[in-house]
Write a protein that binds this ligand. Structure first.
Ligand code: ZN
Length: 186
């Protein structure tokens, strides 16, 4: 296989045809997709024009696949740095400005040096300047309070927040699954 096929990722849908995640978008490399197709774990929904072949088989590279087994999405989200940023929509919770992930950090509302724990409720997204300004002070000491009281987000909330971020690359076959996936009003 050559490098030209390296850029043919497939959008991965759950068994209900909704993307597994929006931001980052759920994408698999074509190698993983071909493996899953042969293991009969996914249904091919749409294809690229590009095919890969071996002496005994040929397959068009899938551009959209759907898992055959549904992955429940209502479990609690993992407490990760990325998910904290996603909950807070990549915006500093003190000055309100939005930043790319590499320019964000997280701030302990009650600083660790003063007994604060690293939990969903005590950690918020902050820009580097605000984080430095706040330092080891409590909100009441420096008049810096988070714009939104932090809580444990639902997976659904993270999905909704992620939907607002447009990925860098969108194959046309993905659009239906990304932009028509909103509940219709009765
Ligand atoms: Zn800030």
């Amino acid at each position: 296989m050559n490098t030209a096929t390296a850029s043919f990722p497939a959008l991965v849908l759950n068994a209900d045809y909704r993307p597994l995640s929006y931001f980052p978008l759920s994408l698999w490399s074509w190698q993983d997709v071909v493996k899953a197709v042969f293991l009969d774990r996914v249904a091919i929904v749409s294809e690229y024009d590009r095919a890969v072949r071996s002496p005994s088989w040929e397959i068009k590279l899938p551009s959209v696949i759907a898992l055959k087994s549904y992955i429940p999405m209502n479990r609690r989200p993992a407490f990760t740095r990325f998910n904290v940023f996603l909950r807070d929509r990549f915006g500093c919770q003190y000055c309100g400005a939005g930043y790319p992930p590499e320019e964000l950090t997280f701030d302990h509302i009650v600083p660790r040096s003063r007994g604060g724990r690293t939990t969903w409720q005590n950690v918020v997204t902050a820009c580097i300047d605000c984080n430095r300004d706040k330092g080891n002070r409590l909100g009441g000491e420096c008049h810096m309070h988070p714009l939104v009281a932090p809580e444990i987000p639902t997976v659904r909330r993270l999905q909704e927040n992620g939907r607002g971020f447009r990925p860098d690359f969108l194959h046309e076959s993905w659009r239906d699954f990304l932009y028509w996936d909103s509940e219709l009003d009765p």
